[in-house]
Design a protein. Structure first.
Length: 573
C-alpha cells in the first residue's frame, strides 16, 4: 500500500511566560476541570452498567417466555425460529411427537369456528379428531354446514347444548347436560351431532334411567314371522287384525265376568238348578252338570279361553327364548287368566264323578273366580298407554317406596295421637290405635269418608295436622313420577315417528325402483327437486338431479350414505 507524505508543519511561535498569579489561577481551574471530567466519566460508567443490566434482564425474561412456549432461543441473542420449526416446538410442548410431519401437526393445531344460532365457538381440529365417527369429528359430514363466506360452520341448533357437546370432545367423552336444557331437547342434540348409541346410553344412565334391554328375534324365518304376527301388532296388517280380535275377546270376557254377577242372572241360575227333576241321585247330578255346562256364560267363557290358550301356545312355540318367555310379566298374566277356567272345569267334573260331593271350598272357589279379573291387564299388550304407565311405575319404584314409608310413619303417629286425644270421650269412634289406622289413611290421602271423625278440640287439631302432613307427603314424590312419565311418553312418540319415517322412506324407494319413471317416480322427483333447492340454493340448479340421482344410487346399493353426506338430509330420530 502507498503512503502519502504529510506536508511540513509551520514553526510555532514562541509563547511568552505567564505571570505567577495567572499560573496559579490556571492551575486551580485545571484541577476543577479534572474533577468535572471524572464525574462525567462516573456517570457514563453508571449508565453503561444500567443498560447492561437491563439487557441481561430482558434476555432472561425472553428465555423464560420462550421456554414456556417450547421455542428454543440461543444465548447468542439470535431470533427465535419461525414457521415450521415453531409449530414443531409447539407440538413437542403439547406432548406430541414431531415425527408425524409438520403438515399433520399443522392440521391438528388449526382452529375451527362454529356458529351456533349466533353464538361463536372456537376449538382445534385435533380436539374434534378424538371422535372421528361423529358429526363434528368427520370432515365430510360437517362440510355440509360450512359457510365459505364467513369461513365458519353454522348450526341452527340449541346454543346451551352445544357448550356441553363441545365439552364432550374436550374432555374425551364426558357428557353432562346443562341445567337449563330439558332432557328431551338435549337427547335430540345428541342424536343430531351423532355422538353414538354408547354416549346416549351412558347419558341416560347418568340421568337415572334404566338401560333398555334388547329384544332378540327367533333364528328361524317361519318362527320370526309368527313371532312378529302375535308380538308386534305394528309389523303388518295381519298382525293388526290379530291384535283387534284379541282385544275384542278380552273385552267380552271382562263383560261376561261382570254381568254374570247381576242378581237376575244369579236367581235364574239358582232356579234352573232347583228345577232339575230328581229321579235318582245319578240322574239328578248328571242333569245339574249338563245344565251348568250349557250355561250361555260358560259357553262364552269357553270360547274366550280357547282363543287365549291358542294365542299363548303359539307365542310360546315361536318365542326366541323359552326361559325368558316365562319371566315376562305379560306372559305370567296370560297364565293367570287361563288357569282359573281349568280349575273350575276340573272341579265341576270332579263333583260329577264324586256323586255331588263338594271338592273345593267356597272361599277357594271365590278366589279362583276373582283371579279372572286380571285378564284386564292383557289389554296392556295392545295399549301403549298402559305400557307407558307400567314403565313409569317400574322406574318410580324408589319414589313409590318412599311415599309408602312416609305414609306408614304418618299413620302410626297420627293414629296414636288421635287415640290418646279422644280417649276421655265416651262417645269416641277410636276405641284402639289399630281402629284409628283407617281414619289416618283416609285423612292423609285427603279422601275423608266420614265414617270416623274426632269430636274433641284436641282430636280436631290432630286431624288438621294429619291432613296437612298427608298433602305434603304425597306432593313430594309426584314431580319425579311425572318426569318419568314424560320421558317414557316422549320416547314412545319418538319411536313411532321414526317408524313412520322409515315406512315412508321404504315406500318411496320401492316406488322409485319399480316405477321406472312412471307416475309415482315423477311425483317423488318433483318433491326432491324442491328439497334440492332448499338444501343447496347456491348451486343455482332447480332440476333436483343431484338428489334424485343420489336416491337411485341408494336404491341400487352403490352409495349407501351419499344422501346424508352430500345433502345433509337426515331422518328425524
Amino acid at each position: 500500500s502507498r503512503t502519502s507524505a504529510s506536508p511540513p508543519r509551520p514553526p510555532s511561535p514562541r509563547r511568552r511566560p505567564r505571570p505567577a498569579a495567572a499560573t496559579a489561577a490556571a492551575a486551580a481551574a485545571g484541577s476543577g476541570g479534572d474533577d468535572d471530567d471524572e464525574g462525567k466519566r462516573d456517570d457514563g460508567n453508571g449508565r453503561r452498567k444500567r443498560r447492561a443490566g437491563a439487557r441481561r434482564r430482558q434476555r432472561k425474561e425472553s428465555l423464560e417466555s420462550t421456554e414456556s412456549t417450547g421455542v428454543r432461543v440461543e444465548e447468542s441473542g439470535s431470533l427465535p425460529p419461525t414457521g415450521t420449526e415453531a409449530r414443531l416446538g409447539d407440538a413437542e410442548a403439547c406432548g406430541r411427537g414431531a415425527g408425524d410431519g409438520p403438515g399433520e401437526q399443522h392440521d391438528d393445531l388449526e382452529r375451527v369456528v362454529f356458529n351456533v344460532s349466533g353464538l361463536r365457538f372456537e376449538t382445534q381440529l385435533g380436539t374434534l379428531a378424538k371422535f372421528p365417527d361423529t358429526l363434528l369429528g368427520d370432515a365430510e359430514r360437517r362440510s355440509c354446514y360450512f359457510d365459505p363466506l364467513r369461513n365458519e360452520y353454522f348450526f341452527d341448533r340449541n346454543r346451551p347444548s352445544f357448550d356441553a357437546i363441545l365439552y364432550y370432545y374436550q374432555s374425551g367423552g364426558r357428557l353432562r347436560r346443562p341445567a337449563s336444557v330439558p332432557f328431551d331437547i338435549f337427547a335430540e342434540e345428541i342424536k343430531f351431532y351423532e355422538l353414538g348409541d354408547e354416549a346416549m346410553v351412558r347419558f341416560r344412565e347418568d340421568e337415572g334411567y334404566a338401560r333398555e334391554e334388547e329384544r332378540p328375534m327367533p333364528a328361524s324365518e317361519f318362527q320370526r314371522r309368527v313371532w312378529l304376527l302375535f308380538e308386534y301388532p305394528e309389523s303388518s296388517g295381519a298382525a293388526r287384525g290379530i291384535a283387534i280380535v284379541s282385544v275384542l275377546i278380552i273385552v267380552v270376557s271382562i263383560i261376561i265376568f261382570c254381568v254374570e254377577t247381576l242378581p237376575m242372572f244369579r236367581e235364574e241360575r239358582e232356579n234352573t238348578s232347583l228345577a232339575v227333576p230328581f229321579v235318582n241321585g245319578t240322574e239328578a247330578e248328571g242333569a245339574a252338570s249338563g245344565s251348568s255346562f250349557m250355561d250361555p256364560f260358560f259357553i262364552i267363557e269357553t270360547i274366550c279361553i280357547v282363543w287365549f290358550s291358542f294365542e299363548f301356545t303359539v307365542r310360546f312355540l315361536a318365542s326366541p327364548s323359552k326361559p325368558a318367555f316365562f319371566k315376562d310379566i305379560m306372559n305370567i298374566i296370560d297364565i293367570v287368566a287361563i288357569v282359573p277356567y281349568f280349575i273350575t272345569l276340573g272341579t265341576e267334573l270332579a263333583e260329577q264323578q264324586g256323586n255331588g260331593q263338594q271338592t273345593m271350598s267356597l272361599a277357594i272357589f271365590r278366589v279362583v273366580r276373582l283371579v279372572r279379573v286380571f285378564r284386564i291387564f292383557k289389554l296392556s299388550r295392545h295399549s301403549k298407554g298402559l305400557q307407558i304407565l307400567g314403565q313409569t311405575l317400574s322406574a318410580s319404584m324408589r319414589e313409590l317406596g318412599l311415599l309408602i314409608f312416609f305414609l306408614f310413619i304418618g299413620v302410626i303417629l297420627f293414629s296414636s295421637a288421635v287415640y290418646f286425644t279422644e280417649s276421655d270421650d265416651s262417645d269416641t269412634d277410636f276405641t284402639s290405635i289399630p281402629h284409628a289406622f283407617w281414619w289416618a289413611v283416609v285423612t292423609m290421602t285427603t279422601v275423608g269418608y266420614g265414617d270416623m271423625w274426632p269430636k274433641t278440640v284436641g282430636g280436631k287439631i290432630v286431624g288438621s295436622l294429619c291432613a296437612i302432613a298427608g298433602v305434603l307427603t304425597i306432593a313430594l314424590p309426584v314431580p319425579v313420577i311425572v318426569s318419568n312419565f314424560n320421558y317414557f311418553y316422549h320416547r314412545e312418540m319418538d319411536s313411532e315417528d321414526q317408524g313412520e319415517y322409515s315406512h315412508v322412506s321404504s315406500l318411496n324407494t320401492s316406488d322409485d325402483g319399480g316405477g321406472g319413471g312412471g307416475g309415482g317416480g315423477g311425483g317423488d322427483e318433483e318433491v326432491f327437486k324442491q328439497m334440492s333447492m332448499e338444501v343447496n340454493p347456491q348451486s343455482g340448479r332447480g332440476d333436483g338431479a343431484d338428489v334424485v340421482s343420489i336416491l337411485k344410487e341408494v336404491d341400487s346399493g352403490q352409495v349407501p350414505n351419499s344422501l346424508s353426506e352430500q345433502t345433509g338430509l337426515r331422518p328425524i330420530a
